[in-house]
Design a protein around this ligand. Sequence first.
Ligand code: SAM
Length: 278
Amino acid sequence: MSSSAEELREEVRRRYADSARAVGESSKSGSCGGGACCSDDSEASAAGSPRFGEVLYDLDQRGELPDAAVLASLGCGNPTAVADLHEGDVVLDLGSGGGIDVILSARRVGPTGTAYGLDMTDEMLALARRNAADAGVTNVHFLKGMIEAIPLPASSVDVIISNCVINLSTDKPAVLAEMARVLKPGGRVGVSDVVAEDRLAPQDRAERGSYVGCIAGALSKAEYEAGLEVAGFGQVSVEFTHEVADGMHAAIIQGVKVGDPGGVTPPVVEPRRKSGCC
Ligand SMILES: C[S@@+](CC[C@H](N)C(=O)[O-])C[C@H]1O[C@@H](n2cnc3c(N)ncnc32)[C@H](O)[C@@H]1O
């Protein structure tokens, strides 16, 4: 990884460590982690046009969560509303933050299922573990690690969710390849993320917001679709839900792992014919 990518990743980690600390210290203040949301500008939210955070979850869902889990919500969608979760599934949340989507998923998959949260920021992991304990869910595991090198075995996950995190990665092809690796064949992706209209070049995206604020690092719709297909996903769709900046949208990204792109196809063995037969 180049030093500028490393610096960017460190900046992301610091930003979300601050956010987790702020939620921990003032979970009663009603602020979004001290204003450190996945956004640089909370004016639109204040003006009644929600773009990031807890308002993207319905009241019933918020009601079943600890306050700190709701306040720590920094996403741009609600992947649990679109992910096809079943009793007994193994679910993995990439960049699980304060744990909101892991807790909701754990309840959906029930005691025979498992919900994993993966995050690189110690402060977020500590907050998520407290929130899961307060919520009384036990079928959850929070893992420390990078979404570019997922610490789980191949073909071990049924569903991958994520909420406004992949745009923060400095190596998106690695994330998509890792998603394909850990999913079982037929495994599903239901992700929320910020996505740019195809007309916006990377420079245009950077003019609309910062990298740590989930804007500058966003893929375009076509880049997302192509990246998922190259990684080994079919039935790919990227649907915009609401605009978060000029030409930049929160989106729902879905796909199904169609095969094993890293796997070796077994040779076709012709049955041996007995001479004179047939
Ligand atoms: C915008 S917050 C979203 C948190 C959570 N998904 C939510 O909806 O509230 C981004 C989270 O992703 C984590 N993160 C960012 N880049 C990461 C990476 N490359 N690997 C692992 N975690 C990462 C951050 O630590 C932070 O907790």
